[in-house]
Design a protein. Structure first.
Length: 82
């Protein structure tokens, strides 16, 4: 798996075969497309997302204590996600 930033993101960028980290101020989502079936891939994606948040943000580990990170499957997104 590869992490890459998507500039000028919109929900049309979400591919049902992909897994994405969508990071907002107080919440972050690991979005899993409906066509992703491998449990190991999903587990690894969540770990990669947490790692990315530690490394990308200047506050690192402190940031993770202040943000809610949720995993959501395509089609079951909460209202706040939309």
């Amino acid at each position: 798996m590869v992490l890459k930033e998507i500039l000028n993101f919109s929900q049309e960028h979400l591919d049902p075969r992909g897994i994405y980290l969508l990071d907002f101020d107080s919440e972050a989502f690991v979005w899993v497309g409906k066509d992703v079936k491998e449990k190991e891939k999903i587990t690894n994606a969540f770990e990669m997302a947490l790692n990315a948040m530690r490394l990308v943000h200047g506050k690192g580990e402190h940031r993770l204590k202040q943000v809610t990170v949720s995993m959501v499957r395509q089609g079951f997104e909460p209202v706040v996600f939309r």
